[in-house]
Design a protein around this ligand. Structure first.
Ligand SMILES: Cc1ncc(COP(=O)(O)O)c(CN[C@@H](CS)C(=O)O)c1O
Length: 415
């Protein structure tokens, strides 16, 4: 019979084949972090077993091999998001650091008093807080777009908010709470019309769909390896070459210099200018292996499968009594990512997540998902969230829904 992409790929993820609290693990917390296929684990072991060495300046075989593999990983990231030059890819610790790099380097040297930075109320704390810090230092002003009647950021209001005072627009590609997918191409056109730049937080899109930075024409785009089947400890910033070339260093140290004198130093060209100290070499190689794995399946195929699963999840969740699902109702022209944040009347989301874990081995998340302003706007201080990846199956969704209904019955029995 028909074998789904989830069934086909599950054998590649050893971690999924275990019991938790006496039940088969159902891992539905992929927006927090993804699981790693054997190929990624092997690439890390192979690096440390066969050619571990420091990169860039070693004059021996192991260092040359490590350098080649590290720079090959950069080229794989560039190709994966269709960047025109691998020098436009800066490795960082994670997406959060990538956004901080833009805030401290580009932000501090380009923002002036009363310059405006436009964000949506649904942004992740990692996309909001760095700009609050830089706004305090430069006198720039943050402006936030709220949600429309479909409970997605109001892009028409965003368009109206863009003015000649706008210097930067910071938006998610996909929301880690609402599952909303924003029209980045349009937002970039509106921003560029007034000379503003656009930073795209692509943490929840790069692992799940084709992302083409040239097609989007984004000025900056960030993502994290650990959400796209790669190791933790590495992420990346894409920056257009003409922007990175004008940006001062973010962190000082070895690797990022050209020459060091006692009273000053000259700096390396991008991307090295932004990669101070010994990089996460093994993690970059692991990310490269993750990209090979994802590309082997194909991001369009992954996205198509996840969209089917997303609709199935949403439809089944709607059958749970007294549930409130946040974000847009999916339809033919309104897509939502394969994640649902929700609350159930009179039951705390943390009680739901705890019961699901302890009684059913189902792993979801509960909390504010680093989006407190959004939760305040929604009138709650926390939500539960189930988030899928291509290695999940319809059976996972069925297990989750059945377990959730059992959870609701349990807590309602105390009423
Ligand atoms: C949209 C978005 N933007 C930035 C980040 C930060 O990624 P880091 O790898 O931690 O730097 C995340 C990570 N969101 C996790 C942890 S809060 C979640 O459970 O939703 C994200 O979803």
């Amino acid at each position: 019979g028909f074998v789904s992409l989830g069934q086909l790929t599950r054998p590649d993820f050893p971690i999924l084949h275990q019991e938790v609290n006496g039940s088969k693990l159902v891992y539905l917390d992929n927006a927090a972090t993804s699981q790693k296929p054997t190929a990624v684990l092997k690439s890390l072991q192979n690096y440390y077993e066969a050619y571990n060495s420091n990169v860039h300046r070693g004059i021996h075989y192991l260092s040359a091999k490590a350098t080649d593999e590290y720079e090959l990983a950069r080229k794989k990231v560039a190709a994966f998001i269709n960047a025109s030059d691998s020098a436009e890819i800066v490795f960082t610790r994670n997406a959060t650091e990538a956004i901080n790099l833009v805030a401290y380097s580009w932000g501090l040297s380009n923002l002036k008093p009363r310059d405006e930075i436009i964000l949506t109320i649904a942004e992740h704390h990692s996309a909001i807080v760095p700009w609050q810090i830089v706004a305090q230092k430069t006198g720039a002003i943050l402006k936030f777009v709220s949600l429309d009647e479909n409970e997605v950021p109001d892009v028409e209001k965003l368009r109206e908010m863009i003015s000649t005072s706008t210097k930067l627009v910071v938006v998610h590609h996909v929301s880690n709470v609402l599952g909303s997918v924003l029209p980045i191409e349009d937002i970039v056109i509106w921003a560029h019309a007034v000379g503003a730049k656009v930073l795209v937080d692509a943490c929840q899109s790069v692992p799940h769909m084709v992302v083409d930075v040239q097609g989007l024409d984004a000025d900056f785009l960030v993502a994290s390896s650990h959400k796209m089947c790669g190791p933790t400890g590495i992420g990346f910033l894409f920056g257009k070459s003409n922007l990175l070339l004008t940006m001062p260093p973010f962190l000082g140290g070895g690797e990022m210099i050209s020459d060091v004198f006692l009273d000053h130093s000259t700096y390396a060209e991008p991307p090295s200018r932004f990669e101070a100290g010994t990089p996460a070499i093994g993690e970059a190689i692991g990310l490269g292996a993750a990209i090979d794995y994802l590309s082997g399946i194909g991001m369009q195929k992954i996205h198509d499968y996840e969209m089917e699963l997303a609709n199935y999840l949403y439809e089944k969740l709607c059958s749970v009594p007294n549930i409130r699902i946040y974000g847009p109702k999916p339809s033919d022209d309104v897509h939502r990512a394969a994640l649902c944040s929700f609350n159930i009347e009179n039951i705390h989301p943390t009680d739901i997540a705890t019961f699901l874990d302890q009684q059913h081995g189902v792993a979801i998340r509960s909390g504010h998902h680093c989006a407190q302003p959004l939760h305040r706007h929604l009138g709650v201080n926390a939500s539960a969230r189930a988030s899928l990846h291509f290695y999940n199956t319809e059976e996972d969704v069925d297990n989750f829904i059945q377990s959730l209904k059992d959870t609701v019955s349990f807590f309602n029995s105390f009423k």
